[in-house]
Design a protein around this ligand. Structure first.
Ligand SMILES: Nc1ncnc2c1ncn2[C@@H]1O[C@H](COP(=O)(O)OP(=O)(O)OP(=O)(O)O)[C@@H](O)[C@H]1O
Ligand code: SF4
Ligand SMILES: [Mg+2]
Length: 331
């Protein structure tokens, strides 16, 4: 693994097996997150974003969710080869996840201070009891909650404050990577902006890398260094924010999502609804998964899966660009 990266995912395949069906949720995902950088993971509902994050945490639903193949290297360790005990130590310490609903992470019957304390105790790093106490106070204050409220229970906080507590919990042990799954969607718009700004500041201060899963293209433009666009369990386009917002070539899905050619200055804030539906994940098409909705679909698209074409850091998985490689034509 490249030591400039905190996460490298190679050809990840994840399925959910239910009584009736096999859901092909993640189909050959490749992702890289650089140390201290933010990767925006974008795509419409059901694309496989949460499944990808849960796979990194090894928190897929038991018996139903399975990583079929691929590799996840997290901070130099192969996640798939670790024991459950190792994973428990890594969660919180190396990687932590912020879920869309704060109550997924909070225990309703334990005070917020005690919850942060428990996480710190699990990953002590030689801290004394006194230092841990001080750290609980510091973390709460850092997210804008008075330390005097540490003995309150989650239900005594507003939605925005609960999410701040979750962020304090996620950051308490200074993980190298945070997986933020729609961290502000449940909050109202003004609080959303505040919480995002706070996360950004903390991230810079602590040099944490982040995968930010979001539907908000404004947030992506403002906060992400790199962007990956996901469709039907595949990354169909990825690159630096500049590649995504300023390059000439784009995957037809990206163009649809942005409502036009992506543009950093455009007013596009939310993903644009594209006519039609994502393919049934239990019965994916043989060729390009976007073919049934693609305005530029060709015969080959229905038969053969497109390969990824690379233009430096910019990668697009679409037959339109087959054969064009890095440097073959100016972007
Ligand atoms: N526990 C489960 N059992 C069966 N199928 C599941 C389960 N969880 C997710 N799926 C399916 O896996 C696919 C990917 O779901 P996932 O939750 O990863 O999407 P997502 O991109 O996070 O979507 P959203 O934006 O709505 O959160 C979807 O088809 C979904 O229905
Ligand atoms: S491969 Fe074909 S169907 Fe798929 S996005 Fe490209 S042009 Fe459209
Ligand atoms: Mg999700």
């Amino acid at each position: 693994m490249d030591e400039r990266n905190v996460l490298e995912i190679r050809d990840l395949h994840v399925i959910y097996e239910t009584d009736q069906d096999t859901v092909y949720a993640v189909n050959g995902v490749n992702l890289t997150v650089k140390k201290g950088k933010t990767l925006g993971l974008v795509g419409e509902t059901g694309a496989g974003k949460t499944t990808t994050a849960l796979s990194i945490m090894r928190l897929l639903p038991k018996k139903i969710g399975h990583i079929k193949s691929g590799e996840i290297q997290l901070d130099g360790r192969n996640v798939m080869e670790l024991t459950e005990g190792d994973m428990r130590l890594i969660r919180g310490d190396t990687v932590s996840m912020i879920f869309q609903d704060p109550m997924t992470s909070l225990n309703p019957v334990i005070t917020v201070g005690k919850q942060i304390r428990e996480s710190l105790e699990l990953h002590k790093h030689g801290r004394s009891e006194k230092e841990i106490d001080a750290r609980v106070d510091e973390m709460l204050e850092m997210v804008g909650i008075p330390a005097s409220r540490k003995n309150d229970y989650p239900h005594q906080f507003s939605g925005g404050m609960k999410q701040r507590v979750v962020i304090a919990l996620a950051l308490a042990c200074e993980p190298k990577l945070i997986l933020a799954d729609e961290p502000t969607t449940a909050l109202d718009v003004t609080i959303q902006a505040q919480v995002l700004q706070m996360m950004n500041e903390l991230k810079v201060k602590l040099n944490t890398a982040m995968i930010l899963i979001t539907h908000d293209l404004g947030v992506v433009a403002q906060t992400c260094d790199d962007v990956a666009i996901m469709y039907a369990g595949e990354i169909i386009e990825s690159g630096t924010a500049e590649d995504i917002y300023e390059a000439e070539r784009h995957h037809p899905y990206t163009i649809g999502l942005f409502g036009s050619i992506p543009d950093m200055d455009s007013k596009a804030k939310r993903l644009n609804p594209i006519p039609g539906l994502m393919p049934d994940p239990t019965n994916l098409p043989a060729g390009c998964p976007f073919a049934p909705r693609c305005p530029r679909c060709m015969d080959i698209c229905r038969e053969k899966k497109p390969e990824t074409t690379r233009f430096g850091t910019h990668e697009i998985k679409c037959h339109l660009f087959a054969g064009e490689e890095k440097g073959s034509a100016p972007e």
